[in-house]
Design a binder for this molecule. Structure first.
Ligand SMILES: Cc1ncc(COP(=O)(O)O)c(C=O)c1O
Length: 489
């Protein structure tokens, strides 16, 4: 099995939508009606491709432990698992002679692993950006001094400042770590230009492709190309295979030396009571029994995306975002963050973050759900510095807010609402969103939304779900209490 032989079917663009599991799910509204759900939180996690799920299902009768078993099933599973690595590497154009593909849980684990595995020196610096998800910021802070390149008012990276930072920290920069696309504005960074800068300064380039991989074709370019991306990571749950696996690609030689971050079974060639010989990567970096079904599903999802064509997906999403933004601009009091002009939209993936004058972001999100059957996300999206910059929260206000939040009151927590589109969303989805936004902006909603101060969330009074009719397998506890706020992607 490889990317070309996984299944010789040519997926067509029109087949994407019916291939989405749950595309017809109907959800209850506050007024008792049931409507088809519009899912616009693909930036957090996408639904599964049916194809990925089915291929995983076809594999399951052969499921077995890999690498050490001698039976038929184990031999088959081992081949499948190993080839899934190749498929995940080919997806980003990696030269698999010199690079290894390591399976991890997700992008967060990939960055933590990479940061751990670097042979840091005293005074090392990592340049990252103000637009990073915390997952491409906090792991580096544990090992090196981290500096953040600024962004302009729209959220675009300040390339002049990046150049200046390389000058300021000349000789000390080990990594330039940047997101391929922002999870808030959708802005796509010029990663190859950035990589060339990094290499000219003897630094590695790492790209967090969590938000890029589902939306754009990626080519890390040959290893000797100045714009080559040295390391790249992405998550399967954001690209239609949500079964607990992520990918880290990087030079074999980088991982061939030193101690893996996690040790135990699977990472060694030999163990004496006083001696350990670690295996070559990727085994060296994948301690314990791996997620073989997740790897199969990822390979199948990649296969489907590639067969449809990442260019077609990018073109469709561009057209959809352009349509949605055009309509959203007509909603009174709605402010969109990031690029909104037609000529800028080519440098943005399908993520649209916004707020609405006079209506808290959490309340907008709650109404979209309870009265529109539309799933979005609100808050700070694990990128607090970027949100603060885009909302122009000054230091005094930020200090006051911090005190408030630490005292357990999130009433005034800054944030936005995010509608994030996937390859299968269509104009009807955008229309449903825009129609509800008009209703919210003009006060045409019916619920009495109560604020839960501790979580900063809103919920309509006297409304609760009966999940047992949707998913009868668990015995749900009755809940009128809104769960505590924990922030995710
Ligand atoms: C840009 C970006 N980087 C990293 C992550 C972390 O991804 P994961 O939760 O799969 O580790 C996310 C998640 O939303 C993201 O949007």
């Amino acid at each position: 099995m490889n990317a070309h032989t996984l299944r010789r079917c040519n997926w067509k663009f029109e087949e994407l939508r019916p291939n989405i599991m749950g595309i017809d799910t109907v959800v209850p509204l506050l007024d008792g009606r049931h409507v088809p759900y519009v899912f616009l939180d693909n930036g957090a996690s996408t639904p599964s491709f049916r194809h990925a799920f089915e291929i995983m299902g076809e594999f399951m009768p052969f499921y077995s432990g890999v690498h050490r078993g001698t039976g038929f099933k184990s031999i088959l599973a081992t081949q499948v698992y190993d080839e899934a690595h190749d498929i995940a590497g080919e997806f980003v154009g990696a030269d698999l002679e010199n690079n290894t593909v390591i399976f991890v849980k997700n992008t967060t684990e990939a960055v933590n692993k990479l940061a751990y595995r670097c042979d840091w020196r005293e005074g090392d610096v990592v340049i990252t950006t103000m637009m990073e998800h915390h997952s491409d910021d906090l792991p580096w802070r544990r090992h090196a001094k981290v500096v953040h390149v600024g962004v302009d008012d729209k959220g675009f990276l300040d390339m002049d400042e990046l150049r200046a930072m390389f000058e300021t920290h000349r000789g000390h920069v080990r990594f330039l770590a940047a997101t391929g696309a922002s999870n808030i504005t959708g802005i796509v960074n010029p990663v190859h230009e950035m990589a060339a800068l990094a290499h000219a300064n003897d630094a590695y380039m790492f790209v967090d492709a969590a938000q890029l991989a589902p939306h754009r074709g990626i080519d890390v370019r040959p290893d000797d190309d100045p714009g080559h991306i040295d390391f790249i990571a992405y998550s399967a749950h954001k690209m239609y295979a949500p079964f607990g696996i992520g990918v880290l690609v990087g030079p074999k030689k980088f991982f061939a030396e030193g101690e893996p971050d996690m040790v135990g079974g699977g990472v060694v060639d030999l163990v004496e009571t006083d001696f350990v010989a670690y295996s070559a990567p990727p085994a060296r970096e994948e301690a314990g029994s791996p997620n073989v079904p997740g790897a199969v599903a990822l390979a199948a999802a990649i296969h489907m995306l590639r067969r449809v064509g990442m260019d077609r997906i990018a073109a469709h999403e561009h057209q959809l975002v352009s349509y949605a933004i055009g309509k959203m601009k007509e909603v009174p009091g709605l402010r969109i963050f990031g690029p909104v002009e037609e000529h800028e939209l080519g440098s943005k993936v399908g993520v649209i973050s916004f707020d609405m004058e006079g209506v808290p972001h959490a309340k907008v999100a709650a109404i979209l759900n309870a009265e529109g059957g539309i799933g979005v996300r609100n808050g700070c999206f694990c990128a607090h510095p970027y949100i603060k910059r885009l909302l122009q929260v000054d230091d005094d206000a930020a200090k006051e807010l911090t005190d408030e939040i630490l005292s357990g009151d999130r009433t005034n927590i800054p944030g936005m609402v995010r509608a994030s589109f996937g390859c299968y969303n269509n104009h009807d989805d955008a229309d449903r969103l825009v129609e509800m936004l008009h209703r919210i902006a003009t006060g045409d909603f019916h619920g009495d939304y109560e604020l839960h101060r501790r979580s900063g969330t809103y919920w309509p009074k006297d409304f609760d779900y009966d999940f047992s009719s949707s998913f009868p397998h668990f015995s749900f506890r009755p809940t009128t209490e809104i769960t505590d706020f924990t922030e995710a992607s």
